[in-house]
Design a protein around this ligand. Sequence first.
Ligand code: HEC
Ligand code: HEC
Ligand code: HEC
Ligand code: HEC
Length: 210
Amino acid sequence: MRFAIRGYVAVFVATLAAQAAAQDMSKIINTPHNLATLDVWGVVIPQNRVCLPCHTPHNARSVENGEFQVIWNHAITDQTFEMYTTMAGNQGGQPEGSSKLCLSCHDGATAIDDFGGNDEFFTNVVIDEDRPSNLGTDLRDDHPIGIEYPPPDLTGYNDKSSFTAVKVVSVNGLDRVECASCHTVHDNTLGMFLRQTMEESALCLECHDK
Ligand code: HEC
Ligand code: HEC
Ligand code: HEC
Ligand code: HEC
């Protein structure tokens, strides 16, 4: 009897260790981008497959016009967005590429649990309107995206060769500022999935020479 209990405890401890090892391996698993970790959404992910709401190895969804990108598994936003206009009169077009992927949850209209293989648990839950992470469809109150870098004919922007953490995203052959310029969707080490610290506004100063 005692042996049996000890055996059970040993197996239990080994299981815990295996789980801890799996979590150590993953940057994303204990972040808000593991949709199952946030009890508020009630999202169920089979086997805690953290990648599944966004990626699938097979039968991915076309992101735009039959084109595929990062083997995407989530529903794509069908909203029309209002875009910020800068003082120089520059304005991004409708979100494209990876920014469109972010807005396929952060628009507050597309269900976060609308992903391939989730028919059984689908409850059509969107990011609540009162949460700051719900950007909505009016992006006129957000830092511009879909905008060229460096902006043509403007001074006050650092050469991209000096970037240490932020990045330009190439869309239609142009270097642009997109959500992924400032954010890194899988890594929450700095908080807010940021690429660079906000200490002394370091993130901003990588681009803006102010
Ligand atoms: C909440 C959604 C989300 C989850 C969850 C997620 N990803 Fe991603 N992933 C994205 C988006 C959006 C992009 C494209 C934007 C970018 O690269 O910044 C991407 C890009 C990628 C890429 C290509 C670009 C790169 O960064 O290398 C790989 C590989 C990738 N993901 C792997 C994974 C794996 C493996 C997991 C699970 C451990 C995972 N992702 C979980 C949203 C997600
Ligand atoms: C599959 C849905 C989904 C996709 C795709 C997605 N997110 Fe999120 N994201 C969420 C949810 C859900 C939260 C938690 C929101 C909350 O707690 O209010 C979140 C939280 C965040 C946060 C706040 C983190 C924090 O610590 O509070 C940031 C920043 C963020 N996401 C950026 C992005 C960016 C940038 C992309 C694209 C590269 C992206 N997300 C793609 C669902 C998604
Ligand atoms: C120029 C840099 C930059 C760009 C581009 C950018 N963000 Fe952010 N974002 C930030 C910073 C900085 C914060 C943290 C603000 C804070 O801590 O108050 C943030 C915060 C967020 C949050 C969390 C809001 C909250 O307060 O909980 C979400 C969600 C988010 N961003 C999504 C996006 C999405 C989606 C895009 C593209 C449509 C995007 N961001 C484009 C810099 C950027
Ligand atoms: C990846 C580069 C990049 C980063 C990082 C970045 N910006 Fe920008 N920012 C730009 C570009 C490009 C524009 C658009 C300029 C244009 O085309 O007129 C812009 C526009 C702006 C504008 C509006 C200017 C106008 O004419 O209306 C402000 C203000 C601003 N950024 C502040 C910030 C702040 C604050 C941060 C940090 C939270 C930040 N930016 C981070 C590249 C960046």
